[in-house]
Design a protein around this ligand. Structure first.
Ligand code: 26Y
Length: 822
């Protein structure tokens, strides 16, 4: 094709139609009579890709020529969600594409729905990475997202007889038009084996790592577009392959079968995403996955530097590497190994470079989510890295002893090795020691890191610590997910808000216009009708779009307390049974979220919610005043339909447990009011919307700690609250399990005798707060005003703001605008 780039990649409707048809014939090899919906989707995706590539090439050229400082975002998870709609938005051709498809007689929304979303993450942490690379591209910051190209992403959830059932996520089944394989940049990764130490003739000491396995990492690149600029950054995901050059003869003399098995086992490395969040895995394969993508990524950065003839002493000037939790923390030891063992840099020099390169974001205060690897396992997989970690630790603890003479307890607490029982490598400690910056993801979270989880590190290095409150991208979570609201907002205040979310403030005076409020309500109502259709299809339950949509969507976890919401629903139900004519504004409770497959209590929480739905939805006495649905397979795609349709956002974690939350922000932007505890970013949401526009309940973190310290006895709370007692007894006696009094026993007993997340202590306060929610809801005009103000004051929670904060305080990576090559 000899047409100039600019012509082939033109953004108008006719050019789109033309390349859509070209791709249908020449890429898909189909004509309309034979084409499936998936063919049409792929043809459109390739047409869009041609337009991305122009920007991608221009961006690469610009960065190379400028020798730009680059942010590397290392993350074991990128929960991207579908690309097509987002790319159309960011290119500014969504309407043109829709028009083009419609004129060709195709249903555009149906085509978009064909895309299998890349679900390469569990929840908040993975989705944060996706929002961040969107914002970096929009802010024109040179960046690379580095991760793993899992062949199977987060499992698909269906609900069978009220229980979660998992199916593998075959997202690559029909091919992935958004990635380009780059085999020419493949790298080798060593695993296992042993080390040899030799003193050379010249007196230097060299270390050789003789691995037992080699795996090849092949990068797959996906362009990440900025919003209506010319920037297309890269998401580079590594796929594990058996190495071409692997010497079958030497390693498996004559053992053909064994050699093939070994090839398959190498390829297992990037096979599947571990579906656990906030729950320790401790599995060998997981450590191998982490090391695999970290080693590939660092080797890739070294290749880039060498391509630009930059000496490795300047590594930290070329790259700012952000560690998304401890999952990539092995990078600290790996960069030391690459610099010292492979590139012969003296230790001290290499250590300076390393510390100036890395920064570490912590995402959790839950002790079970802090990664630790048993020493024998670590040594088996990464023998050389264990030696390096011992050396880092020895030098670090010397420094600690100098600072705190005689304080051996502190030395033990700070050590990279936990020696209190069986020995473990503490990955958070490795990340802290090897980074120049450490941050939490909300103000409270950062304070708790400093006072609690990382207290000793804070005392040692207070200046390393800062807060970077999370944010979410308004491009996906408003413009793409909520086109109706987007139109109203842009018609009212112009389009600037999409890049400068603070401008939503301009909506505030409009909250006083009855006309605007009525528009606002119509939009919410239309979004609710659309969601009601989804619910009817997926759950076979009819819900009323005029009822209040009270929504909790997030991973299922005891600390997030979906079961507290369940207790409240049962309390309402009992109230209706006792007073059948009670005036109660109709409510639809909508739940969604996945449970880790091995987390029995979380799975039981799903069963409880569906069990309540089975009883409540069918009870004629309820007369449709309450509906309870569990929407299966909560995902980015489903989230895009849910957040815009919510009236009430449930953010009810135990104070001090939710690091930040990001779903809370997506709800707020789309005009939902929040009922929430003083936890994570809820506190900051309440601060910006004002106490009057937020439904607060529950213990504060200090109150939780105090109750804990004085000896919390949930059974006493149960005995002293007749309503709570009735609710719990009903579950215990099998009312929501068709008379089976054993089914929910583990859940009930855990609450009665342990209640580690203080549901009983917060129950009364929650129920009373929900009562206030109900009273506010019936004052429609007031509710609408509050809804508008919530959205108008959500500017702080754009991930653009988060990224500006990281850039200013940690990365110091200037913007590099891109000129389009034609
Ligand atoms: C160790 C391994 C099993 C593991 C895997 C995934 C541990 C944790 C995770 C995921 C954690 C996660 O998603 N954390 C969430 O990060 C969000 C983004 O910062 C926060 O908003 C949210 O509060 C936090 O729970």
């Amino acid at each position: 094709d000899h047409r100039p780039l600019s012509e082939r990649a033109a953004l108008n409707k006719e050019a789109l139609k033309q390349s859509f048809l070209d791709n249908l014939f020449h890429t898909q090899g189909k004509f309309p009579a034979l084409a499936s919906k998936s063919d049409y989707y792929l043809a459109l995706a390739y047409a869009v890709r041609e337009r991305l590539l122009q920007r991608w090439i221009s961006t690469a050229a610009e960065y190379m020529q400028k020798g730009a400082r680059t942010v590397s975002y290392l993350s074991a998870e990128f929960l991207m969600g579908p690309h097509l709609g987002n790319n159309l938005i960011n290119l500014g051709i969504y309407d043109e594409a829709k028009q083009a498809m419609t004129e060709l007689g195709l249903n555009f929304d149906e085509l978009l729905a064909q895309e299998e979303e890349p679900g390469l993450g569990n929840g908040g942490l993975g989705r944060l990475a996706a929002c961040f690379i969107d914002s970096m591209a929009t802010l024109e910051i040179p960046s690379l997202g580095y991760g793993i190209r899992y062949e199977f992403g987060i499992f698909h959830q269906s609900i069978v007889d009220g229980w979660q059932v998992e199916k593998t996520d075959k997202w690559l089944r029909y091919g992935n038009p958004w990635e380009l394989q780059r085999p020419e940049w493949a790298v080798q990764v060593k695993l296992g084996g042993y080390t040899e130490h030799r003193s050379e003739e010249d007196g230097t000491l060299t270390v050789r790592w003789i691995p037992s396995r080699l795996v090849s990492g092949v990068p797959y690149d996906t362009p990440i577009l900025g919003y209506r600029n010319n920037t297309a950054n890269t998401l580079r995901l590594w796929s594990a392959q058996a190495p071409e050059s692997f010497d079958f003869e030497v390693f498996n003399r004559g053992d053909y079968y064994g050699a093939v098995m070994q090839k398959m086992s190498s390829e297992n490395l990037s096979k599947v995403l571990y579906p656990n969040d906030e729950h320790e895995g401790g599995k060998e394969l997981r450590l191998e996955q982490q090391y695999f993508f970290v080693s590939c990524s660092l080797q890739d950065m070294i290749r880039i530097m060498q391509g630009q003839r930059l000496p490795l002493e300047h590594f930290h000037e070329k790259f700012a590497v952000q560690l998304n939790d401890t999952h990539p923390a092995i990078a600290v030891a790996e960069l030391m190994r690459l610099l010292v063992d492979e590139h012969k840099m003296p230790w001290n020099r290499a250590w300076q470079v390393t510390c100036k390169t890395f920064a570490y974001t912590n995402h959790t205060l839950m002790p079970e989510a802090l990664e630790r690897w048993p020493l024998p396992l670590f040594k088996k997989v990464l023998p050389r890295h264990l030696e390096i970690i011992f050396e880092i630790n020895a030098r670090f603890l010397d420094e600690v002893r100098r600072r705190y003479p005689g304080d051996s307890a502190r030395v033990a607490r700070l050590s990279l090795i936990d020696e209190s029982g069986p020995r473990y490598v503490r990955m958070a400690h490795l990340a802290c020691v090897g980074s120049h910056a450490i941050n939490g993801v909300a103000e409270l979270h950062t304070e708790l890191l400093k006072s609690d989880v990382l207290r000793d590190f804070y005392e040692l290095w207070p200046n390393k610590f800062s807060n970077k409150t999370n944010g979410v991208t308004p491009r996906r979570w408003m413009v793409l997910a909520n086109p109706r609201l987007t139109r109203l907002v842009s018609d009212s205040i112009g389009e600037d808000w999409i890049k400068h979310l603070d401008q939503l403030q301009k909506l505030e005076p409009l909250a006083e216009s009855a006309d605007f409020r009525s528009h606002w309500r119509e939009i919410k109502r239309a979004n609710k009708r659309a969601l009601a259709e989804v619910i009817a299809r997926r759950c076979n339950v009819a819900v009323d779009p005029d009822s209040m949509f009270d929504v909790q969507v997030k991973r299922i976890h005891e600390y997030k307390r979906q079961h507290l919401a369940a207790l409240h629903i049962i309390a309402l139900y009992l109230q209706l049974k006792a007073q059948p004519n009670l005036e109660l504004a109709p409510r639809t409770f909508i739940f969604g979220g996945k449970a880790a497959p091995g987390y029995r209590m979380a799975k039981l929480m799903i069963k409880l919610i569906t069990g309540i739905g089975d009883v409540v939805n069918r009870d004629p006495m309820v007369r449709d005043r309450l509906k309870v649905v569990f929407l299966p397979n909560f995902s980015v795609t489903n989230g895009q339909r849910i957040y815009p349709a919510a009236d009430l956002s449930e953010q009810i974690s135990t104070a001090g447990k939710e690091a930040s939350g990001t779903g809370n922000m997506k709800f707020q932007m789309n005009g939902a009011l929040t009922i929430g505890t003083m936890d994570g970013a809820n506190i900051e949401i309440r601060e910006v919307v004002g106490a009057d526009n937020f439904f607060l309940f529950g213990l504060t973190t200090p109150q939780v700690y105090a109750l804990q310290a004085q000896g919390y006895r949930p059974h006493d709370w149960y005995e002293q609250d007749p309503q709570l007692r009735e609710v719990i007894d009903m579950i215990r006696d099998g009312y929501f399990s068709r008379g089976d009094a054993s089914l929910f026993r583990p859940l009930v007993d855990s609450l009665l005798w342990h209640d580690p997340y203080f549901l009983f202590a917060d129950f009364r306060s929650y129920v009373e707060c929900q009562q206030r929610v109900g009273e506010t809801w019936v004052d429609t005009e007031r509710w609408t005003r509050m809804s508008i103000l919530n959205s108008a004051r959500s500017g702080k929670f754009s991930s653009d703001r988060s990224i500006r904060d990281y850039t200013k305080d940690i990365w110091h990576a200037p913007s590099v605008p891109v000129e389009l090559l034609t």
